[in-house]
Design a protein around this ligand. Structure first.
Ligand SMILES: Nc1ncnc2c1ncn2[C@@H]1O[C@H](COP(=O)(O)OP(=O)(O)OP(=O)(O)O)[C@@H](O)[C@H]1O
Length: 631
């Protein structure tokens, strides 16, 4: 009720629509008071003109047109509201179920929605009403509801799909709430505005459909509705007799009712800015829900595609745990190319595997979370994980080409990934396989080949094609080209980059080759001893590396331009990841380290300029000046 008042206050259009609707409802409710005659009584003279005892004249059979109009409002409104309600209920139930359950349920419902949407409306109505003829008003309501639910279901499904990935719904799922409760208590309230708007659109569709069916003589013409009034006026040649008011009166009422529904619908749309309402409600639910994973401002816009938060992972060994990834927080924006670099053994692969749930025993995730488009990958059960892997994200690593089965033709192996995710049509599979091969630069006829007939570079391209098959939002690539020669490496990388730009996917690219990353990446994160020690836009990291480790790492690689010269490695070794490192992990190798600070305390990663963060006391405002003086 409060919501309705808000809508009326904020939208003059909605207020006008509600006023109009109320007037038409009153017309229907007060019919016995507004006319002394029965709408079906034929006791009067025929073709009487408006005026006197008959406000709108009489019909060819001697019925009072005003009485038909006010009584006709009852059935017309009943059909509009009931068919609207039934269609909205069907659309809501199917749209929400598709979004919530996903997978096959979603696919099946989506097919059903599409079938109903592509079938032309009026012929479908006519056929369905011909089948259900004789069932009276209720069969008309049923026919209209059955033909009118699909649009609402489609809109709701897409909104609910986005909603399902929101943190508060995910938190409810993880905390084990029943699906019915999640759908009705968590999701439905956030979609109330949309459902209400859908109801008024469907009611409008119902009124117009009833009028169209009645006008074509397909409705129950023994009943009085505005539609059947128009039917009889047309059948008896009202316009030829000059009795235009017989047609105009019900026609105008239908137009007014349609306007009222449309205005209320617009008003709801105008006022229920889904984002504002959604965010406010979501925040409330999140606060209420004690099972929410953490107090993270989970709804902060814009959402990164991949958000790794305080992730710690490693290996359980007989000598104790190896903490290969230590409290790493990192995010990847949609469409972004993030480079991850660092010396061998610094934890890059462990981070990639842990964040994508591929870390197998003895590997374990100790703490933290990794969310892909809001979905916590670390909280997924194996079945859910199977659904998202390859479809939402995929992985290519150095030894990926070994996943190709030597006794199967490449074609079957490319088909496999797609078939596992429900693409069964051979025409579609073949077309997609060819498209993918074109994307990664392999001739189509290699689809017929066996793996041993392909070079290493081509096999790696095949694996990249497979990784892209389902158009995942994210591809994680862990040294995918390291085993290949430099020319092939560069070619493949350029193709990966072109594919990324064309498909808008995000890429996390891991390598120890920093010069390669500087060329390819939007942003680079530098890892050292399990931690991200610096993160910056690629060009900035290249031009102004801040962390002494990054500077040394840069110095260890040949420059991008100019003469090639011999480069120095970084003296010393990283600390063992089996131990606690409560100080700067680089201090022993750092020429600028501050005794009494770097060897005692751990520097936090702080932002030095926008988007450029570094974990180093030399960039901590308090010690910066002193340190540079000594440098
Ligand atoms: N199965 C394992 N058991 C114990 N420790 C392991 C295991 N796998 C990796 N580690 C250790 O975890 C640390 C991080 O290894 P990781 O492979 O993630 O590093 P990386 O930066 O990807 O190295 P590279 O560039 O050589 O692949 C290393 O110290 C490594 O010795």
């Amino acid at each position: 009720m409060k919501g309705l008042l808000t809508i009326l206050r904020r939208s003059p259009r909605a207020a006008f629509g509600v006023g109009l609707l109320a007037a038409l409802l009153l017309l229907a409710l007060l019919a016995p008071l507004l006319t002394p005659y029965s709408p079906t009584s034929q006791a009067f003279g025929t073709w009487l003109k408006p005026g006197g005892e008959h406000l709108l004249g009489t019909t060819a059979l001697g019925q009072d047109i005003w009485s038909q109009l006010v009584y006709g409002a009852r059935l017309t409104l009943l059909i509009g509201f009931t068919a609207g309600l039934v269609a909205t209920a069907i659309g809501t139930a199917l749209g929400l179920s598709a979004a919530y359950f996903g997978g096959r349920t979603d696919e099946a419902i989506n097919v059903l929605i599409n079938v109903f949407l592509v079938l032309p409306g009026l012929p479908l109505l006519i056929i369905a009403s011909a089948f259900l003829r004789g069932g009276g008003v209720w069969s008309i309501i049923l026919v209209i509801a059955l033909t009118g639910w699909a649009w609402g279901a489609r809109v709701l499904r897409s909104q609910a799909l986005a909603l399902r990935n929101r943190d508060f719904v995910q938190a409810a799922i993880v905390s084990g709430e029943r699906p019915a409760r999640i759908i009705f208590a968590e999701m439905l309230p956030n979609l109330a505005g949309l459902i209400a708007a859908g109801f008024f659109s469907t009611a409008l569709y119902a009124v117009l459909s009833e009028a169209a069916l009645a006008f074509l003589g397909m409705g129950d013409v023994s009943q009085v509705t505005w539609g059947t009034m128009m039917y009889w006026a047309q059948a008896r040649g009202a316009l030829l007799q000059g009795a235009w008011w017989w047609v105009a009166a019900p026609g105008l009422c239908i137009a007014l009712l349609g306007t009222a529904f449309a205005l209320v619908n617009f008003g709801i749309d105008e006022v229920t800015n889904p984002r504002v309402i959604h965010e406010a409600r979501a925040t409330r639910v999140l606060r209420r829900n004690r099972a929410a994973p953490q107090a993270e401002p989970a709804l902060e816009p814009p959402q990164p595609l991949l958000a790794i938060r305080h992730l710690s992972a490693g290996y359980v060994t007989p000598q104790g745990p190896v903490r290969a990834v230590r409290d790493v927080t990192l995010s990847v924006a949609p469409g972004e190319f993030l480079g991850l670099a660092g010396e061998s053994g610094c934890g890059k692969s462990t981070l990639a595997f842990a964040a994508t749930r591929l870390l197998d025993a003895p590997g374990v995730v100790f703490d933290g979370e990794a969310r892909l488009a809001g979905q916590d990958l670390l909280a997924l059960n194996p079945a859910e994980l199977r659904r998202v892997r390859w479809k939402d994200y995929s992985l290519v690593f150095q030894a990926s080409m070994n996943i190709l089965n030597p006794v199967l033709r490449i074609r079957e192996q490319v088909y496999d990934a797609m078939q596992a995710h429900g693409v069964q049509d051979r025409g579609r599979l073949e077309a997609r396989a060819r498209e993918l091969f074109a994307l990664v630069g392999i001739r189509e006829d290699y689809l017929n080949a066996y793996p041993h007939q392909l070079s290493g570079g081509m096999k790696q391209r095949v694996v990249i094609a497979i990784a892209l098959a389902l158009e995942p939002k994210l591809v994680v690539m862990d040294e995918p080209t390291t085993a290949l020669d430099v020319v092939v490496q560069r070619q493949i990388l350029q193709e990966i980059d072109a594919v990324r730009k064309r498909l808008g996917i995000s890429i996390v690219f891991i390598t120890h080759d920093l010069s390669l990353l500087v060329e390819m990446s939007d942003r680079i994160a530098i890892m050292y001893a399990g931690e991200v020690v610096e993160e910056a836009p690629a060009h900035e990291l290249y031009a102004q590396p801040k962390h002494p480790y990054t500077r040394r790492l840069m110095g260890a690689f040949p420059p991008l331009e100019g003469p090639r010269e011999r480069r120095e490695g970084i003296p010393g070794r990283p600390p063992s990841l089996a131990q606690d490192i409560p100080y700067c992990p680089f201090f022993e190798r750092c020429p600028n380290h501050l005794p009494g600070t770097c060897d005692v305390f751990k520097p936090a990663r702080v932002e030095v300029t926008s988007g450029h963060s570094v974990a180093c006391f030399l960039h901590s405002p308090a010690v910066k000046e002193e340190a540079y003086a000594a440098d």
